[in-house]
Design a protein around this ligand. Structure first.
Ligand code: ASP
Ligand code: MG
Length: 408
């Protein structure tokens, strides 16, 4: 018996050229024999979105967000139409829509808009007419009919939001890797595909450097409990299921190791050690739009001065440094040190909640490899160390081995 409805999302690399678009079209047509209704969400071809962005910056240092959305949203319109054309070429009925056409209404925050509601009337009508529906990922429209985009990687969010609205039975995320791995297979040969992972673990891994899915889309999938299947568009093999906690999950303390080299560290020395100093610093940084991550404050020996270090994304480093220098002057702090040669390595796993000693084991592993730890942060299900970026690969390999991730 045919199942009801499936949402399939294909990433940019899956539709990067004509051959790959044909491949996706064949796959979608095959899916239609198993499901009554098929809705497909596509990203822009290959690196189109990056290329469009680069063109804008050749014309202006500061293009407005509204025009950027107008521009960046066009990539998906191309892939969407081409896929519908390819599917029709295979003799199946298909129709392409933009996010606006299918009623994906967002707020007005251009370049990182939030979906407010989806009416999906046109999708339902087209499905009832037995058409395969193709929708542009990554975009919606405001109440005033301005095109908006949902933030980079936003096609994942389109897919999850449509799966929720249409009460889809299955939501598949197709990409160029065959699932979520215990760590980056380019760094560790023994990296292993994870069969089942929780939303929380995936969210943590995505925000700590794993780049398979957009973090916001996982948040939404978690909120509405929409299981996701991340798999490759180039093979038939099963990928990774992302699910709410369940008993079927293997009992392990550490599910994966991630790393991120695109952060920098800033230290403000000799901050007057009195109430309100940290509040001032981080309020001003927030006002400047800087995303501060790990923060460490050192004890002051004389109880009068203290050093405060924090990390920021590489992309915001110049702005963050300039802002910090101004702040330091205003509050009478000392010199500013900076270090762009840092990396964050993290271990992630829900099992940490019930397995003590994971942090100690991580620190010991780094020590055994003569890797100095600069800063440490933890969440309920992750531990991160900031180290010198030269040691990143070595640290990842050693941790992957220590926690037996290649063998489970
Ligand atoms: N094409 C958009 C981007 O590159 C959206 C997506 O791929 O999900 O960010
Ligand atoms: Mg993408």
């Amino acid at each position: 018996m045919n199942k009801e409805i499936i949402v399939q999302k294909f990433g940019g690399s899956s539709v990067a050229n004509i051959e790959r678009i044909k491949n996706v079209a064949r796959r979608v047509v095959a899916t239609k024999t198993k499901f009554n209704h098929v809705v497909v969400v596509v990203s822009a071809l290959g690196d189109t979105t990056d290329e469009l962005e680069a063109m804008a910056f050749q014309l202006s240092k500061n293009p407005t967000d509204r025009e950027m959305d107008m521009l960046m949203s066009t990539g998906e319109q191309i892939s969407c139409a081409l896929l519908a054309i390819a599917i029709k070429g295979l003799g199946k009925n298909s129709i392409s829509f933009t996010g606006g056409q299918v009623g994906i209404i967002t707020d007005t925050s251009h370049t990182h808009a939030r979906i407010q509601k989806i009416d999906a009337k046109r999708i339902r009508k087209a499905l009832d007419e037995n058409k395969i529906v193709i929708v542009t990922g990554y975009q919606g429209i405001t109440e005033e009919n301005d095109i908006t985009t949902l933030g980079r990687g936003g096609s994942d969010l389109t897919a999850v939001a449509l799966a929720q609205t249409l009460k889809a039975n299955v939501c598949e995320i197709y990409t160029d890797v065959d699932g979520i791995y215990t760590t980056d297979p380019r760094i560790v040969q023994e990296a292993r595909k994870i069969k089942v992972i929780t939303f929380d673990e995936m969210l943590e891994m995505a925000s700590l450097g794993a780049q398979v899915m957009q973090a916001r889309s996982i948040e939404v999938a978690k909120r509405f409990n929409i299981p996701l299947h991340v798999r490759s568009s180039f093979s038939k093999e099963e990928g990774t299921m992302i699910v709410q906690d369940n008993e079927k999950l293997e009992e392990v303390a550490v599910r994966g190791v991630t790393c991120n080299k695109s952060e920098a560290k800033i230290t403000i020395c000799a901050v007057p050690d009195k109430p309100g100093a940290a509040s001032k610093i981080f309020t001003w940084l927030a006002k400047a739009g800087i995303n501060v991550d790990t923060i460490v404050q050192n004890i002051s020996h004389d109880r009068q001065r203290t050093d405060i270090s924090f990390t920021v994304p590489d992309a915001q480093f110049t702005k963050a440094l300039a802002t910090t220098k101004k702040i330091a002057q205003k509050i009478g702090a000392g010199e500013i040190l900076d270090d762009q040669e840092i990396a964050r390595v993290s271990v992630v796993g829900s099992g940490m909640r019930s397995h003590p000693g994971i942090a100690a084991k991580m620190f010991q592993t780094l020590a055994d490899n003569k890797i100095n730890i600069d800063m440490i942060t933890t969440s309920e299900i992750s531990i991160s160390c900031i180290i010198n970026y030269k040691h990143t690969d070595k640290a990842v390999r050693a941790l992957h081995k220590k926690f037996n991730l290649g063998q489970i």
